[in-house]
Ligand binder design. Sequence first.
Ligand SMILES: Cc1cc2nc3c(=O)[nH]c(=O)nc-3n(C[C@H](O)[C@H](O)[C@H](O)COP(=O)(O)OP(=O)(O)OC[C@H]3O[C@@H](n4cnc5c(N)ncnc54)[C@H](O)[C@@H]3O)c2cc1C
Length: 484
Amino acid sequence: MNDHAIAALAKSFRGRLIRPTDSDYDTARALYNGMIDKRPALIARCANVADVIAAVNVARDEGVLLAIRGGGHNGPGLGSCNDGLVIDLSALKSVRVDPSNRTVRVDAGCTSGDVDHATHAFGLAVPFGIVSTTGISGLTLGGGTGYLTRKHGLTIDNLIEADVVLADGTFVTASATQHPDLFWALRGGGGNFGVVTSFLFQAHPVSMVYAGPIFWDAAHAPEVMRAYRDFLPAAPEELGIFVGLKTVPPVDPFPKPHWGKRACAIIGAYNGSAAHGEKAMAPLLASVPPPLFNWMGAMPFPAMQALFDPFFPKGLQWYWKGDFVKSLSDEAIAAHVAMAGQPPSDFSLMHLYPIDGAVRRVAKDATAWSARDASWSMVIAGIDPDPNKADALKNWGRAYWKAVHPFNLGGGYVNFMMDDEADDRLQATYGDNYPRLAAVKAQYDPDNLFRVNQNIAPAPVKAESRAAASRKADHGGDALRPSV
Ligand SMILES: Cc1cc2nc3c(=O)[nH]c(=O)nc-3n(C[C@H](O)[C@H](O)[C@H](O)COP(=O)(O)OP(=O)(O)OC[C@H]3O[C@@H](n4cnc5c(N)ncnc54)[C@H](O)[C@@H]3O)c2cc1C
């Protein structure tokens, strides 16, 4: 990025411009995933929407590579770039709850913990993910799964509108009635269409929950996974539980005799009283051997949302692989158990998050996120603090995925992908929705300014549309935009 471009931005910028020579540059550029080390030419930490508009205009006019950073949690580090400009939204932190209609206006720099803190005071919550330090921006734009998903849908199913700065620097609000094509694409299409500066969400009554983890010795993993698979479809939707293959962390408060044991875990939250939660879990627990420990109990929802935060501090090495899963056969379970039994580190894990209930009540083509007929979203994560283990984490993640992928659907959740996926992976992920996404991309970002993401290439514009647009432009009309 040349001095001219930086000076042009500095003229109209109220936030902070952080350069490689600044003392806090390394802190400012650090991403959640310690495996990713990107060095942007400039970090534009925006103070308001005007700053976002100025940064978009400079990047476009100067031909500078542009990345958008919400919470910086993305696996392959798509919230940053090398040598380009990062629009850093982390200072945009306002959350305004309207208890009268249970809506929440959330700025793009918030983490899910920021929102949970604000909504809990009103006995409300928005469905987000299971680690409270995750940015709500990237999580929402990719879909968003968590403990409230079975009952209340994906995060995008609770999105009412979004404020967006487009590639041409204009500001629009996208909703069911304003720019509905853009609103459709934002719900699952990631950061491809513009910089979202704030989100308006529907919240739901959630306060105390019956929640926590239950761990079994890995020897019981096949029967626990089978029991979970068979139990889930009839379980009340208030019960949001996932199954995982992992290690008992070798730290307090975990019972010392079990430290470091490979384990199968069921982890989740029942939105309701402890008595109802226990009753909901009873059939599952009656069908499996006694666990190593069962820590489900009454707790405030934000406590459950933050339960894993201490185990996954910023800066660990992460390698992610994901898939959508339709059915979990005994054969698939055996493949999981075999691969999870030889992890490269204690931190490494596999989780299967439920995709059912409210998610399935939305049509596949109602939003860009199309895997609504899946049953689970699977993530395999090789994790360790030691950078020297990076290759081992990658090798295990790839081998594990290869072993179970034949049992899964073709696509995977964009928020659980690295940047080394096969070329056809995004098309498989979006399925029949892909052509429409590409058309919306061509309409709102024809030059692919927003390309540091799981990128959707703009659909080619047909020759006749080009001629018509050029005639219109000659007469002062809009720029080239294919119909959607
Ligand atoms: C520990 C951990 C736990 C997780 N748990 C869950 C979970 O339970 N459920 C779940 O669904 N996902 C989960 N995820 C995945 C998470 O959804 C993605 O990592 C997501 O990309 C994080 O969003 P972010 O804003 O923090 O990321 P960033 O790295 O800041 O951005 C990610 C992508 O979104 C784009 N983007 C970010 N902000 C904006 C914006 N305002 N406008 C336009 N584009 C933007 C960026 O360009 C980039 O492509 C988890 C991730 C981690 C690391």
